[in-house]
Design a protein around this ligand. Structure first.
Ligand code: URA
Length: 239
């Protein structure tokens, strides 16, 4: 896995050839004789493509066995959604030593935003999550400096044009919870999107907390800075 979370896909014969130190034509014989297993099944195809999470054995000896990791973390304020930063603590610094190695963030939150953050070492998964053809709803709670009115609901539902990127935001559902607080449902994550949308009303976002991404809801048992693996049910229901 690269730092940016690019998936590593490679041909099985090349992998075995370099890992075991045999010529590619000899790998053919290993495959043909069923001595190579891929994810528990004999692999016989010479041009089979595998990735960094494929479980590969030769004569029962494990050649590759990396587990995919998917975590939810309750991001506190004042921590950067990055894997490295020269000045500030990052979300990776909140994990146990070695645990963060190879992980990247699937959908950042700003420095002072809090709540649900997903971390993984699976680049294909995080790209799928970010893919605009596959909109996954994100839910946020915000508190504002000034009172909200019904005008906000309309403007957010219509979408706003951001001249800098020349894009119009997708409809955002805004539910007023009290004079100064709202729940927002978005299917995209433009740069500082929520703050910029409230900025149109000169209304400063005081707190911004993400509570859900698709079916994955921030576990109320997780205090700020704590994390846990996603369950199989959460993973299965996400897309
Ligand atoms: N929109 C913002 O402005 N900030 C966030 O952290 C997330 C969405």
């Amino acid at each position: 896995m690269t730092a940016a979370g690019q998936p590593r896909r490679f041909r099985l014969d090349r992998f075995i050839s370099s890992r075991v130190g045999v010529k590619r034509r000899d790998v053919r014989a290993l495959l043909a004789s069923g001595r190579v297993c891929l994810d528990g099944q004999a692999a016989r195809e010479i041009n089979q493509v595998v990735d960094q999470f494929s479980h590969i054995t030769l004569d029962g000896e494990v050649l590759q066995d990396f587990a995919a990791t998917y975590l939810m973390l309750n991001k506190p304020r004042g921590v950067v959604s990055a894997t490295r930063d020269d000045k500030h603590r990052t979300v990776i610094d909140l994990l146990d030593a070695n645990m963060g190695s190879g992980l990247h963030i699937a959908g950042r939150l700003d420095y002072n935003s809090t709540g649900l953050l997903l971390l993984t070492n699976d680049g294909r998964w995080s790209r799928r999550l970010a893919c605009s053809n596959n909109p996954v709803q994100k839910v946020y709670r915000v508190t504002l400096e000034h009172p909200l009115t019904e005008r906000y609901v309309e403007a957010f539902a219509q979408g706003m044009h951001f001249p800098f990127e020349d894009i119009t935001t997708r409809p955002v559902s805004l539910k007023i919870l009290s004079d100064h607080s709202a729940e927002l449902r978005l299917t995209e994550g433009r740069y500082h999107q929520i703050k910029r949308m409230f900025g149109r009303f000169n209304n400063k976002v005081l707190t911004l907390h993400r509570i859900a991404i698709g079916n994955v809801t921030l576990d109320p048992q997780l205090g700020p800075g704590q994390h846990r693996p996603l369950t199989q049910m959460e993973l299965d229901g996400l897309f």
